[in-house]
Design a protein around this ligand. Structure first.
Ligand SMILES: CCCCCCCC/C=C\C=C\CC(=O)SCCNC(=O)CCNC(=O)[C@H](O)C(C)(C)COP(=O)(O)OP(=O)(O)OC[C@H]1O[C@@H](n2cnc3c(N)ncnc32)[C@H](O)[C@@H]1OP(=O)(O)O
Length: 713
């Protein structure tokens, strides 16, 4: 709802009230319509201020209403009525003005914002476009290039930037509401000529066609297959080429196609999933709402390779003091230089000073004696990590949390090296650690709820989305990757090429197909993992290992010194470091390999590539749910969208399975299992069968069935 009062004699003050972000629910929209009418009809009121309660202007339309039968007054005429008012209306922006919230502010005649507020039109991230006039009003204020950049990315900007772009008229360090009220009084008698944004012309550069062509190319490349960014460009094109009223009509038509699209539903699911994972629970019954994180002031990072550097930067950027430890002087110096550079570049982008003073460098492990929390990021070698945990346990104060950045190793084994195993958790960061938002927080069987809560909270402070997961080889993300990668190799054996497999996956929406990804992360890295699992037999090319089908193709490439991008050769050829080109050598190699093993190459359709790669990955996801390694499908989906390049507009693997239909996933797995009975990852998981037997309930009902399945185990 919206509250109305008269302040400072003759200013009508409208306060949006819908905690926590004053989203524009039906009740709030009705409240705005009613209070605006009241203010404009009151002869004592000479000007109006619109603000939000509790220091937040407005987080936009109420996303929870989407997909329901929407009632209440629509936004477009409501904002139009405000713009057409004959009394000045001022938006007082505190906290955030996002989406419909910013569109409401753009309909006001003036915008006054607090220095710490953020504004933006993030609708594209929800599969929509700003359809309450945002695509038509914003370019009239900022010009087309800035509007294209803001609307197609959904980027939220500071009010300092918004002031430069003329989105806001004034920025203040004091209360934006008090400032706006004073301002509203001062402009009460002023003419509104030129203040109604919709009446302004849209500034058009001479090369407008080229501008839109480039914009379209950029969105098609960066968000492969996503329809909302394309529609955003089309709506902006309408702003540039049509009168306002027709532009609004076009905006509405484009929104109509997006609003009910599967992509919008998937992205909105993802929005709530990213918030739901914060409400973690453990198999012991411990939960986020009953477990208090301990405050962390002093941290340490051990091992300053690529991951350690990124983690150090992330901690310092979150305002935490860090002791950064690297045993050897030369690598320590190199790391110091690299970290300083990363912080400086970060500060240039974000504004402010680089937090260089928060980091102390040391070659001596004793330097971590009084820190509250250690994150070790030494080489992924179990013996090395075990030894380090013994040392840390002896050196650190007894109440210090010991965290390991590992992508697969056993947390219980490492915890058993410490005198306080309850304070040990895994913190699996993703490279580059100062950029990637995902953090898997891995709880071992003895990790305390306080340790999990502390790691999750620290992740949040670092700007990460933490997902609490159980302890197993590869945790959630890497464990699911294994059958996916394995299918890629099997497909090569059967006649596919890397570019064909990658093409299908990239067409599906992955930023990178599995072979390009393997070349980027390093074929040697995968080899080391398989070696650790006892799967590598140098020189051998036997296709059955540990009683199941195995493809040695990756190992054979490793033996050829083809490690991927870093050596210029892998599944592809790299003449310049990043561009993957099909390599005739590889095709010959595959032909020889098939001939040696009596394998006949056959034509493989894209559909088979997708079904085998994706459904085995999804099947492993069901196993993970069944075992309680992930608490719910949202956890897996968040991990895959934020950490593994799963196309955002497809929600995540488990959401995708629910959309394709669980029965179809089950039937196709059974079909491929009949063709490849020696591949256990094609054996449908019993939870999948159970869900299908229960009538394939919608994804938000899976948890109930998972709980029942777990209680049967
Ligand atoms: C046929 C054609 C039909 C056409 C019909 C058209 C009708 C629609 C017309 C116009 C549409 C306008 C589009 C929009 O405005 S879309 C919404 C745009 N806004 C956003 O995307 C903002 C999303 N929110 C955020 O970015 C953040 O939440 C932020 C506001 C920055 C706050 O961040 P933070 O402080 O970190 O807090 P949380 O993210 O954890 O959020 C706290 C809780 O608030 C819930 N929330 C946030 N925003 C919304 C929202 N817009 N609607 C509903 N709920 C929202 C969030 O889920 C958290 O809830 P919980 O604690 O329960 O998880």
């Amino acid at each position: 709802m919206a509250q109305y009062s008269r302040v400072s004699g003759n200013v009508g003050l409208i306060t949006l009230q819908n905690p926590p972000v004053n989203a524009l629910s039906a009740a709030v929209r009705q409240g705005i319509v009613d209070t605006v009418k009241r203010a404009l009809g009151d002869p004592e009121v000479k000007s109006v201020v619109i603000c939000g309660q509790n220091g937040v202007f407005c987080g936009g339309a109420d996303i929870r209403e989407f997909g329901t039968h929407m009632t209440g007054p629509p936004l477009v005429p409501m904002i139009h009525a405000i713009e057409m008012a004959d009394k000045p209306v001022v938006a007082a922006i505190e906290g955030v003005a996002l989406g419909g919230g910013l569109e409401l502010a753009l309909g006001c005649h003036y915008r006054i914002a607090h220095t710490k507020a953020k504004v933006g039109l993030p609708e594209v991230t929800l599969g929509l476009l700003p359809a309450a006039g945002g695509t038509q009003r914003l370019p009239r204020l900022t010009g087309l290039p800035a509007a294209i950049a803001l609307i197609t990315t959904g980027r939220q900007i500071t009010t300092a930037e918004a002031l430069k772009l003329s989105i806001v008229d004034q920025v203040t360090d004091y209360s934006a509401v008090d400032t706006a009220v004073k301002f509203a009084k001062s402009v009460a008698e002023r003419s509104l000529d030129g203040r109604r944004v919709s009446e302004r012309p849209c500034p058009c550069p001479p090369d407008v066609d080229a501008l839109f062509e480039a914009a379209m190319q950029k969105v098609r490349q960066s968000a492969r297959g996503a329809i909302a960014p394309v529609a955003c460009v089309q709506a902006l094109q309408a702003a540039a080429t049509m009168p306002y009223a027709l532009g609004m009509q076009r905006e509405k038509e484009l929104m109509a196609t997006l609003f009910t699209s599967g992509q919008a539903r998937a992205l909105q699911y993802s929005f709530f999933a990213q918030r739901a994972v914060g409400r973690w629970s453990l198999p012991s019954g411990a939960r986020w709402d009953g477990s208090k994180p301990r405050p962390i002031r002093k941290t340490a990072v051990i091992g300053l390779g690529t991951m350690g550097r990124g983690i150090t930067v992330s901690l310092a950027q979150a305002g935490l003091s860090v002791i950064a430890v690297e045993a050897q002087e030369k690598p320590l110096k190199e790391a110091q230089q690299a970290i300083s550079g990363m912080l400086q570049r970060g500060a240039k982008r974000r504004g402010g000073a680089p937090p260089l003073d928060l980091i102390t460098y040391s070659a001596n492990l004793q330097a971590v004696a009084d820190v509250d929390l250690v994150i070790e990021a030494v080489f992924e070698d179990v013996a090395l990590k075990k030894q380090l945990f013994q040392h840390l346990s002896a050196i650190c104060k007894p109440e210090a949390f010991l965290c390991t950045n590992t992508s697969a190793l056993d947390i219980d084994l490492l915890a058993s090296q410490s005198r306080h195993p309850e304070l040990v958790v895994g913190m699996h960061f993703f490279a580059p650690a100062h950029v990637m938002k995902l953090l898997e927080v891995v709880h071992g069987s003895r990790s305390s709820p306080e340790a999990v809560a502390t790691a999750m909270n620290l992740g949040k402070q670092m700007g990460k989305v933490g997902v609490a997961v159980g302890n197993c080889h590869g945790f959630v993300g890497n464990r699911m990757l294994k059958p996916y990668l394995e299918q890629g190799l099997f497909l090569l054996e059967e006649g596919a090429t890397p570019e064909m497999v990658d093409g299908a996956l990239e067409e599906f929406g992955f930023a990178m197909g599995l072979f390009r990804m393997s070349d980027l992360s390093g074929i040697d890295v995968g080899w080391r993992v398989r070696k650790g699992e006892g799967l590598v037999q140098p020189g051998a090319s036997v296709r059955v290992r540990q009683g199941r089908r195995y493809s040695p193709l990756g190992d054979l490439l490793y033996e050829q010194g083809r490690f991927g991008q870093k050596t210029g050769r892998g599944w592809y050829r790299y003449d310049n470091r990043h561009e993957a080109k099909p390599d005739p050598w590889l095709n010959n190699f595959l032909e020889d390999y098939r001939a040696r093993h009596g394998l006949a190459a056959r034509r493989i359709e894209c559909q088979e590539v997708l079904e085998r790669c994706l459904y085995t990955l999804i099947n492993e996801g069901f196993r993970i749910l069944e075992e309680g390694i992930a608490a719910g499908p949202e956890d897996i989906d968040v991990i895959y969208v934020l950490g593994y390049g799963w196309p955002k507009h497809r929600g995540g693997p488990m959401y995708y399975a629910s959309m394709v239909g669980l029965i179809k996933v089950l039937e196709r797995l059974e079909h491929y299992l009949r063709a490849h009975p020696d591949v256990p990852s094609l054996q449908p998981c019993s939870l999948l069968r159970r869900l299908v037997a229960s009538g394939s309930p919608p994804i938000h009902k899976w948890r109930k069935i998972i709980k029942k399945t777990q209680s049967h185990l």
